[in-house]
Design a binder for this molecule. Structure first.
Ligand SMILES: [Zn+2]
Ligand SMILES: [Zn+2]
Length: 397
């Protein structure tokens, strides 16, 4: 069978002929790969910047954003059955008995860095025709999500972020919608609402604006991770804004508005203007990896806000930031900034259930994220070229 592999030592990436896996243990599950999403991590691995073959091998089969169909199960398998659609998890625990996280089934919080990741770090990935995995790493997907479930893995990043946002905000009264006094006090004392909105709020419109008011979330970046994060925030009741450069791609703004978020163009709005338009940023989901932008936004967070980093900046020159202002706000406004990576089983389950919500609430928008489907033989050019469209998918079977 075919597999897309990189040979880091030789700086070669190619479609190789690969032995089809066979079930050898009771808990193993054999699957036919249906679709594989391609992301920036895959492109970095294909450019040999990243990615480690299994010990003793010279190549790594890539691909980690998979949707598969179960074709055969070991004698002890109970979680899945033949014909089920499944999304496999990516990370596998480290071997250390002292790693509390991995021992507790939370390899996404591994302390040691000795975890492995399929298609990324020391275990072969999913960009091939058939794969094998232990049933404990599989998440069943409803059959009617066949066309969009390949988006599950990239959505898990946002789901883990959101789960942690709810957890950290348990530190304060953070119900939704907030009390009317919060809006009027803020408007009066902090200039939270601009004059026009303030005027509207103090007149007959006040009941409608209070009803519409909820936690306000800003997503930085309009790539697949940012757009999936924005959909998740909308589906979970946040008034959601996407702040990004539109560039030459005008269609993205339309897509963003189509699922109920608002698009604020970085070309026409400074960070301060964006914050003013939002009118009090409660949550930021950062999905762009640009440090200057991120810290400029941290400076304009509202009281009790949470800022989540998911992007990884490239190594560029030093950037100038006003650390005193940020530190002052962090303290005086009770703010929290944290980073997050990878995901646990509960986040896969949340992602699958949110994709189901997306399908009900804005089916065209969620389908619109997948902008290209390619054959496995077309995977190499896809990996070499920069990202085109939003999410490219290799449709294997
Ligand atoms: Zn990915
Ligand atoms: Zn560990």
């Amino acid at each position: 069978m075919k597999a897309v592999a990189v040979f880091p030592g030789k700086h070669v990436a190619e479609v190789i002929d690969y032995a089809e896996p066979r079930i050898e243990a009771a808990m193993q599950v054999k699957m036919k790969i249906l679709e594989i999403g391609v992301c920036g991590t895959d492109r970095e691995i294909a450019a040999f910047e990243y990615g480690t073959p299994p010990d003793g091998e010279d190549h790594l089969v890539i691909g980690h954003e998979a949707l598969a169909e179960v074709t055969e199960v070991g004698a002890g398998v109970t979680r899945v059955k033949v014909g089920d659609l499944v999304v496999p998890m990516v990370r596998r625990p480290c071997p250390h008995a002292t790693c509390q996280a991995c021992q507790a089934g939370r390899a996404d919080f591994c302390y040691t860095d000795d975890f492995t990741e399929r298609g990324i770090k020391q275990v072969h990935g999913f960009m091939t025709e058939y794969i094998m995995d232990d049933e404990q790493y599989l998440n069943v997907v409803p059959a009617h999500l066949r066309d969009v479930a390949v988006l599950t893995e990239p959505l898990t990043i946002a789901e883990k972020a959101l789960a942690q946002i709810w957890e950290v905000q348990q530190r304060l009264p953070w119900g939704c919608p907030p009390l009317m006094s919060k809006v009027t006090d803020d408007a009066a004392t902090n200039g939270r609402l601009n004059d026009e909105a303030h005027a509207a709020n103090t007149s007959t419109n006040i009941s409608t604006s209070i009803a519409a008011y909820c936690h306000k979330a800003v997503v930085l970046g309009a790539g697949p991770v940012g757009l999936l994060g924005a959909m998740m925030l909308v589906a979970n009741g946040f008034e959601t804004y996407v702040y990004s450069r539109a560039g030459s791609d005008d269609t993205r703004g339309g897509l963003i508005e189509s699922f109920g978020a608002k698009f604020i163009k970085a070309e026409t709005h400074t960070v301060e203007q964006m914050a003013q338009e939002v009118g009090g940023i409660d949550v930021v989901y950062e999905a762009v990896g640009a440090s200057q932008l991120a810290f400029d936004v941290i400076k304009v967070l509202d009281t009790n806000a949470v800022f989540v980093f998911t992007g990884i900046p490239g190594r560029k020159g030093a950037v100038e930031i006003d650390i005193d202002a940020i530190m002052r706000n962090l303290v005086l406004k009770n703010q929290i900034v944290f980073g997050t990576v990878n995901a646990a089983r509960s986040h896969y389950e949340a992602a699958i259930s949110d994709i189901e919500k997306f399908e009900q609430q804005f089916p065209d928008a969620v389908r619109g994220l997948i902008t290209g489907r390619f054959k496995i033989d077309e995977a190499l050019p896809l990996l070499r070229q920069g990202s085109q469209g939003i999410k490219s998918v290799v449709a294997v079977n």
